[in-house]
Write a protein that binds this ligand. Structure first.
Ligand SMILES: [Cu+2]
Length: 233
């Protein structure tokens, strides 16, 4: 009897780690700009200079010294058998500070809501150009340090701006119905983990560059790499 139990326990272990349950892999890489960096015009600030400063580079194209692209959005499309999005227990924070939205590109899982915070001693405005979701257009004086948004219910890429500091304060909400989404960091790097094995279409989007689409093969055996050079529009 004792011997039989040991064999049975061993079989259970084999089944639990076997490929029948679906192996997962990951995708990582870097987004660069192809060709020369465009000339970036410095914005001259005329309003609320005591908080906003006198001039600033725009947030619309942030490049590293090696022309690596920050704030590109990498999406793996139509992951069959993948996980659903996870809505965080607390609302996601989106911050206005120093006359800048942080982060500049925010991934919002479908079903999540935002706490929009004004950390400046001046009035800002939160204006979202949503089509599928409920648009927001609200002034946010310092007496209203937190605005809670309605839930974002539909996948959509939404332009955001502050109408008071138009041209200076902009951002994007990427409402995503799958968790296989990443935003490139200041060195253009990104990583997406826990992807079921398979062949998928990957889209790379950046607000000022040409969209890029390609196929990737995800395997549990080794990490897939994706190096993308985005062209100017
Ligand atoms: Cu503002």
């Amino acid at each position: 009897m004792k011997k039989g139990s040991v064999v049975l326990a061993g079989m259970v272990v084999v089944l639990a780690v076997g490929p029948v349950f679906g192996a997962e892999g990951s995708l990582s890489g870097r987004i660069k700009l192809t060709g020369d960096a465009p000339e970036v015009k410095t914005i001259t600030i005329t309003k609320d200079q005591e908080v906003c400063g006198k001039e600033r580079k725009p947030d619309s194209l942030i490049l590293s010294k090696n022309n690596e692209v920050a704030n590109a959005v990498i999406v793996i499309k139509d992951v069959k058998g993948g996980k659903p999005v996870t809505v965080p227990a607390k609302n996601i924070e989106f911050i206005q500070k120093g006359c800048q939205f942080t982060p500049h590109v925010l991934v919002v899982p479908v079903g999540a809501a935002l706490d929009i915070l004004n950390k400046d001693p001046i009035t800002h405005n939160i204006h979202t150009f949503a089509v599928e979701n409920t648009p927001l257009n609200k002034a946010q004086p310092k007496t209203l340090p937190k605005i809670t948004s309605p839930k974002f219910e539909f996948p959509e890429t939404i332009k955001v701006q502050c109408d008071i500091h138009r041209g200076l304060m902009s951002a994007w909400f990427v409402v995503a119905d799958n968790p296989y989404v990443a935003v490139s960091d200041a060195s253009g790097a990104f990583s997406i983990k826990g992807i079921p094995e398979g062949t998928y279409k990957v889209e790379v989007w950046h607000e000022t560059l040409k969209k890029h689409t390609q196929e990737v093969v995800i395997s549990g055996a080794k990490e897939a790499k994706l190096e993308v050079a985005l062209a100017k529009k």
